[in-house]
Design a protein around this ligand. Structure first.
Ligand code: ZN
Length: 199
């Protein structure tokens, strides 16, 4: 790319740092930016700037927030004795879109992953335990992902909460509604069987 200008090389390099973007895609995106109207390119730059300047983690639940507290923590209509623990803000969004939950959340900002060198102290587990200790939650729902690491994280947290007067539950899981047994994989079937409830 020796024939490219310094600015172009710089933009290619910045795009190439994004997840899932290789060198070729980075070049394609750069040429796209060069082609589009100035206003459109500036709007993208401005949106990136705004997100970095205005969005932070909620001081209570670590959801994304504009301001100190997120919209959910500020919403007086949420059920305040129910706490749902998720790994990432995007998990919270998925649960919100389901419309099935009206309590509060706590976002861990990851999961315990020893193989990646991520321990409990790198997550928001300490503030979570403090929050439960000081709060008036009746139930804490573990909604970490149904993976080995997600399960391990939920187990670690539920051990920390063992001596507190709070009911710890785990999201039910198993066969996706609308699917048929024949097409469920064996992990889903095993989960569905062990998580079975009274009919
Ligand atoms: Zn919040």
């Amino acid at each position: 790319m020796s024939e490219l200008t310094q600015s172009v090389v710089q933009l290619v390099n910045e795009f190439a740092k994004l997840p899932g973007i290789g060198k070729k895609s980075a070049e394609r995106l750069t040429y796209h930016i060069l082609r589009i109207p100035r206003g459109e390119a500036m709007a993208l730059a401005e949106a990136i700037r705004c997100v970095k300047e205005n969005v932070q983690y909620c001081r209570k639940c670590y959801n994304l927030a504009e301001g100190e507290e997120c919209a959910i923590c500020r919403d007086p209509s949420r059920q305040r004795d129910l706490l749902c623990v998720v790994e990432q803000p995007r998990d919270l969004m998925a649960l919100e879109q389901s419309g099935a939950y009206r309590g509060l959340y706590h976002v861990l900002l990851g999961r315990i992953a020893p193989l990646d060198g991520i321990g409990p102290e790198q997550l928001t587990i300490e503030p979570l335990v403090r929050r439960i200790r000081e709060g008036s939650f009746k139930e804490v729902i573990m909604a970490t992902n149904p993976t080995t690491e997600g399960d391990g994280t939920a187990l670690h947290i539920s051990n920390l909460l063992a001596d507190l007067p709070v009911h710890v539950t785990r999201l039910a899981r198993g066969i996706t509604s609308g699917s048929v047994l024949e097409f469920a994989n064996k992990e889903m079937l095993a989960d569905a069987m062990s998580g079975r409830r009274t009919f």
